[in-house]
Write a protein of this length. Structure first.
Length: 204
């Protein structure tokens, strides 16, 4: 499961809608799995938090905020207010409900060759069932893209409310920020900003 997380903001300027967030991460879609490089498909995904407050920690090696030792961070941390809705990145099936000291309450959703992992969730988890407010999920249950699947909490090893979002492709961890970038590029291609026609007014 993903390593422990932190909520210490590094770039508080990253605010706005999911497309802006993804674009400002500055990562291209290069390095994504071959079956996922079709740009028209990436735009179908949903940004996992509804109330973005900051991007706090990236993918890769880092100094752990609690112990200070250097260890891998298998995902990205997205700060959001406590209790904020968390959405499923893609249509899939709940494959695991997590309860442990690092991830805290968590969910694993399988979508084809991908697994998306959500940690530090509020509510209660155990015996293959996750509950939070009006959300009730069980292992084996199908979820839709953008469906509210959880709420931001403080469970597990965390210093503040945020979502740890991890992504595996055929069992190998990948940088979720690349996926956000690909999503943004896909949506820009499908919905380019139209040129504004000059308003010349009416001459009398």
């Amino acid at each position: 499961m993903p390593s422990d997380c932190s909520d210490r903001p590094r770039r508080p300027r990253l605010r706005g809608r999911s497309l802006v967030i993804a674009a400002t991460l500055g990562l291209s879609s290069q390095g994504l799995p071959a079956e996922a490089r079709n740009a028209s498909l990436w735009g179908r995904g949903a940004f996992p938090v509804a109330s973005f407050a900051g991007y706090t920690s990236g993918f890769g090696m880092r100094s752990h905020p609690l112990s200070g030792d250097v260890r891998p961070h298998y995902g990205i941390d997205i700060a959001a207010p406590l209790g904020s809705p968390i959405r499923s990145w893609w249509t899939g099936t709940v494959s695991e409900v997590i309860v442990d000291g690092g991830c805290g309450n968590g969910l694993v959703i399988r979508s084809g060759s991908y697994e998306h992992i959500y940690c530090h969730l509020s509510g209660q988890a155990g015996n293959g069932v996750y509950r939070s407010g009006n959300v009730l999920l069980r292992v084996g249950q199908r979820v839709a893209t953008g469906q509210v699947i959880a709420h931001v909490g403080l469970t597990g090893s965390t210093t503040g409310p945020h979502l740890h979002w991890g992504l595996r492709y055929r069992g190998a961890w990948m940088d979720p920020a690349r996926v956000l970038r690909a999503m943004a590029q896909s949506r820009r291609q499908r919905n380019p900003i139209p040129l504004q026609r000059p308003n010349l007014g009416v001459f009398r």
